[in-house]
Design a protein around this ligand. Structure first.
Ligand SMILES: C[S@@+](CC[C@H](N)C(=O)[O-])C[C@H]1O[C@@H](n2cnc3c(N)ncnc32)[C@H](O)[C@@H]1O
Length: 512
């Protein structure tokens, strides 16, 4: 969805993505412009009189020339039916035609201006499958006619838009804000609010809040091979369930508890490193339980938070699942129970929207999951290539278990799925990057046999005072990996954006 740029002063070269074709309408030469949009398939098209295009006239001369060449070779970038015979300027003898190609050597297209009179045109258009639906708060889309994308705006629409521009923009802004706030209200759990005290912008309505991953084409879960723990019972250790023995089946691949093996600190470290390198089989050892009970003396609040050892590691958190025998009270079910803290989306000074929590957060406290459309690596590459270098990125590769150098049968990066939070997601898709972050994203698995689908869960790395922006490191290095190595890797990358995190240790680039 996009605001429709109808007025003359809005016709700026920088906003125009392409001039698609032109025609003669009612004796006037008009050009069909495609307006820049983050998602090209949703770009708005609009016809404009030549005199409206003033500031881009020079661009027109060059661009239209190129465009006609490509049309002649049968290559219309839009797929709209155009018949351009030549690009000579209109002769005064030409009869305006909106529905047929001119028999003169003037430039025309078969696109016609529809005679449809719209009840209202307020400047918001929604494009779906080649059709455009006007949207108006007082006149919801179902009541409006479906319009062929090549025929808008009609002269009536343009006139209405020009006459009521200021009013229309206000209404459009209010409409977009209300729609977005309505979405936030529907998110289950503590409130998710929105504040923008810098300008009138609201996040795009092309973004939809979702409660869980939405599977894209070619993505499937391995739930069929999900196994639960069988030896654990709900009443073990005063309802602590799987925390009690730390030998829960679900924790089979979790971090081993070398501390309990009577080893010296050095030996523990050596064993841990050997285990991380895959050189030590720890299947039979008890495991470190991921969560611990935190008792906040100041507030008296007791809650389970991520254990400090895990917090400093990048190790996978394995939680119990619906097939487990331990029951719903088991303490190994924290992320799956959902968000317990309120969140606020707000406008930052330089980094678009950001996220903060209006209440104090404790070190290790769970915040929320990163959600999105789950797509294949192939699709993610295509989406990434399609979007420009400067464009915000919302893609997270679920490649925690990938091992491109591993033996045959190992999961390869190419086979991993990717969570794309751009069009669908939760509030955490607004979390910005910092080279000195206060949160970290952890892998949470409910199915130890599924290496491709798992949750991405944010935890607080430190006590975070209420109202502080939440950030995480988009290039979080693996344990023991030097920040410098990451930097060098970033420099070689093709997409590097200047980092504006402002941290003392800022690496300068944001790798996405
Ligand atoms: C996942 S989005 C974060 C939300 C985003 N700010 C928004 O308004 O939708 C990631 C994008 O935010 C911007 N961003 C996040 N952190 C940044 C930083 N430290 N410096 C510059 N841009 C940042 C970049 O455009 C990045 O691709």
């Amino acid at each position: 969805m996009s605001r429709f740029p109808a007025a003359r002063n809005m016709v700026k070269r920088s906003l125009v993505d392409a001039i698609c074709c032109h025609r003669v309408s009612e004796g006037k030469e008009q050009y069909l412009l495609r307006w820049k949009h983050d998602e090209p398939s949703q770009a708005i098209l609009s016809w404009h009189d030549l005199e409206d295009l003033g500031s881009i006239a020079d661009f027109l001369q060059i661009y239209v020339g190129n465009y006609v060449t490509s049309l002649k070779s049968g290559n219309s970038s839009l797929g709209v039916p155009v018949q351009v015979t030549s690009l000579k300027r209109k002769s005064p003898h030409d009869e305006g035609s909106t529905s047929r190609a001119s028999s003169q050597d003037t430039t025309t297209s078969t696109s016609s201006i529809s005679a449809q009179k719209l009840e209202v045109y307020n400047g918001i258009l929604q494009r779906k499958a080649g059709d455009i639906y006007p949207v108006h708060p007082a006149c919801p889309s179902p009541r409006m006619p479906r319009i062929d994308a090549t025929t808008v705006p009609t002269p009536e629409m343009l006139a209405a838009a020009k006459a009521h521009l200021a009013d229309g923009v206000k209404k459009a802004r209010r409409f977009v804000r209300r729609q977005f706030l309505d979405q936030l209200l529907r998110i289950p759990g503590p409130p998710v609010t929105f504040v923008n005290d810098r300008n009138k912008e609201t996040p795009s309505l092309s973004f939809t809040c979702i409660q869980d991953y939405v599977y894209g084409e070619g993505v499937s879960s391995a739930d069929a091979v999900m196994l639960g723990c069988t030896k654990c019972r709900p009443d073990m250790g005063s309802d602590r369930g799987c925390e009690y023995t730390r030998r829960c089946d679900c924790l089979e691949y979790a971090t081993p508890d070398f501390k309990s093996q009577g080893l010296s600190k050095e030996e523990q470290k050596a064993h841990y490193e050997a285990w991380q390198a895959g050189e030590l089989d720890a299947a039979e050892l008890p495991k470190r339980f991921p969560y611990r009970l935190d008792n906040d003396q100041r507030t008296g609040i007791k809650q389970y938070v991520l254990d400090g050892f895990y917090l400093e590691s990048r190790n996978v958190l394995y939680e119990c699942n619906p097939k487990c025998k331990c029951g719903p009270k088991c303490k190994n079910r924290l992320v799956q129970k959902g968000r317990t803290v309120p969140l606020e989306i707000f406008k930052t000074q330089q980094r678009g929207f950001g996220l903060r929590c209006p209440v104090n957060l404790r070190r290790g406290q769970y915040i929320d999951r990163y959600l999105g459309e789950l797509i294949t690596d192939h699709e993610a590459d295509a989406r990434e290539a399609f979007s420009g270098r400067d464009k915000a990125s919302y893609l997270f590769w679920l490649d925690k278990f990938a091992n491109d150098d591993g033996p045959p049968g190992s999961l390869r990066t190419n086979d991993c799925y990717v969570a794309d939070g751009e069009k669908m997601g939760g509030p955490t898709r607004f979390i910005n990057h910092s080279c000195d972050p206060n949160c970290r994203l952890f892998t949470v698995s409910y199915n130890k046999h599924d290496q491709k689908i798992y949750d991405l869960a944010f935890f607080a790395l430190e006590d975070i005072p209420a109202g502080t922006e939440l950030t995480f490191d988009y290039m979080d290095p693996e344990e023991g990996e030097a920040g410098q190595a990451v930097h060098e890797e970033m420099d070689e990358g093709t997409v590097a954006v200047d980092c504006l995190c402002g941290a003392k240790n800022c690496r300068g680039k944001l790798w996405m």
